[in-house]
Design a protein around this ligand. Structure first.
Ligand SMILES: [Zn+2]
Length: 295
């Protein structure tokens, strides 16, 4: 369930493996792109924009420079393997894209979205996004403006809206609300210092962008790495009360929101039937059990 930090790291991995190299072959296993062949084009780079990935390739003959746009959605990933590695996983059924250079091959697995557009048309794909928390042009002033535009909106819903801030998913939403001591259902107007709050969200993603584990407590030990997300049914690390989970937003766009009723002020749903227990024995999402978190 990748959020902005994971997508940023994925972009860096692809960038290091492919940039400056020429594609030997490409396979895009996507209905609208099945006949596309990018071989012979040089890869110019890969960047992230919020939770979107943009891999740019040079012009090919008469054709303009192109951008391969991908989104990981729920369970997508890109991995890199040595070209020709017999242990490579590229034949796996979930493979959606293969970009091979003489040295490295990037494989897109279970991608949630794949498009190819002229690079000068990228804005049509990502132009709607709010300030990118990990982008080079991070604009906290604009982020505050967008966050506070609708003061009655639920804070958690505003944080998940990529037009407000690009890169936040349910993990950082839950943790930021916990640290602000507001429930995800509290109106944005309850945020005492929006500039400080936006800076906090930025810091959370920025601190985690270089490491595999997402930590919001400063404590690297398993089970103590974050306050609320995927900890329902467990004692709160701050007050020892029970962390809870409910949905935020309207179906089918609703998402899971974890919170501590003892630490966080503001409205919260009454028991909506969600199982109030951790998702997996490790306390992390995706470890199995009865339902999965949605981002
Ligand atoms: Zn608590």
């Amino acid at each position: 369930m990748p959020e902005g930090d994971v997508v940023w790291r994925t972009a860096r991995r692809l960038d290091r493996a492919l940039t400056g190299r020429t594609l030997l072959s490409s396979e895009l296993r996507w209905p609208s792109l099945a006949t596309v062949d990018l071989s012979g084009r040089a890869v110019l780079g890969t960047v992230s924009a919020g939770k979107h990935l943009l891999t740019r390739v040079a012009a090919g003959g008469e054709d303009p420079p192109l951008t391969l746009h991908s989104h990981l959605r729920m369970e997508g990933s890109w991995y890199v393997e040595r070209t020709g590695d017999p242990r490579g996983r590229r034949s796996a059924s979930g493979t959606r894209a293969v970009l091979a250079t003489p040295e490295w091959t990037a494989v897109g697995h279970k991608l949630g979205m794949l498009d190819l557009v002229p690079t000068d048309g990228e804005h049509e794909l990502v132009g709607h996004l709010g300030p990118d928390l990990l982008g080079p042009g991070w604009d906290p002033v604009e982020a505050v403006r967008r966050l506070t535009e609708d003061p009655d909106r639920e804070l958690g819903a505003a944080l998940l809206d990529q037009r407000v801030l690009a890169g936040v998913g349910t993990f950082y939403m839950a943790e930021a609300c916990f640290l602000a001591r507001l429930t995800p259902w509290a109106p944005v107007a309850r945020v005492a210092d929006p500039a400080a709050f936006v800076a906090l969200v930025h810091r959370l993603l920025d601190l985690n962008k270089d490491r595999a584990d997402q930590v919001t407590t400063g404590d690297l030990r398993r089970g103590r790495q974050n306050f609320a997300h995927a900890r329902s049914g467990l004692p709160c690390l701050r007050c020892a009360g029970t962390v809870r989970v409910a949905m935020i937003g309207r179906p089918p766009q609703d998402r899971t929101a974890f919170y501590c009723p003892g630490c966080q002020r503001g409205p919260a749903p009454t028991d909506d039937g969600r199982p109030q227990r951790p998702l997996g024995s490790s306390g992390r999402p995706g470890a199995g059990r009865s339902y999965r978190t949605r981002r």
